[in-house]
Design a protein around this ligand. Sequence first.
Ligand SMILES: Nc1ncnc2c1ncn2[C@@H]1O[C@H](COP(=O)(O)OP(=O)(O)OP(=O)(O)O)[C@@H](O)[C@H]1O
Length: 227
Amino acid sequence: MDRRKPVLQACGLGRRKPGSDQWLIHGICMAVRPGDRIALGGPSGSGKTVLLRALCLLDPIDEGSIEWKGEPIRGDALPAYRKEVLYVHQRPALLEGNVEQNLGYPFSLRAHRGREFDRERIVALLDALGRDAAFLRKSNRNLSGGEAQIVALLRAIQLDPTVLLLDEATTSLDPATVAAAERLLDRWWSEAPGERAIILISHNPEQAGRFADRRLHMSAGGTVSER
Ligand SMILES: Nc1ncnc2c1ncn2[C@@H]1O[C@H](COP(=O)(O)OP(=O)(O)OP(=O)(O)O)[C@@H](O)[C@H]1O
């Protein structure tokens, strides 16, 4: 992969409040290159979540373009795009069932046909987060907010996306588990040198400083600038 070329590029990106003329985000131009580690900061309500959801095309955009490897994303390319660009929500939705079922679910989808749930890998990742294999048997109904975040993080990492979008994905974890999650992300990112990118929304400047090599700031008007 060419390190210099953006994989993901947004140009003039805008999304309006549904049913209104009001812009939630507006005029956003940004490029994500393989190997980037980007922290996205800015005030509450400025549109950071709206931006990440727009970038992975979970929500429609009203203005501008998003290109993947230099090409606009057409309808039939959307499933492939969604494999490459994965979004992890701060309050993840989990399916009815235990942790293992939740982690195995993506592999039942057509998008991931040909790949299999790797239990051994998950057990090793859990170990890095201070959890043993018994955690896999826990019901989704009994998970704390932090435990649900662990499941969501592992569910995304195991799919090895090219761009991982983390929306305050460690905010419910205790400090030791936050540190373990950052090490785990660091290891995952380093496993494929110069191939994976991470965008992390964080309100914690220390975390952003530890984690990122680029800092983006979203202003209250829903525009982004490089810091
Ligand atoms: N579907 C929607 N309909 C109406 N308003 C929306 C919608 N989605 C987001 N908003 C509004 O857009 C603004 C930006 O929301 P967003 O969640 O992106 O903020 P944020 O920067 O991620 O905030 P925080 O740091 O608090 O998580 C908020 O005022 C929110 O209410």
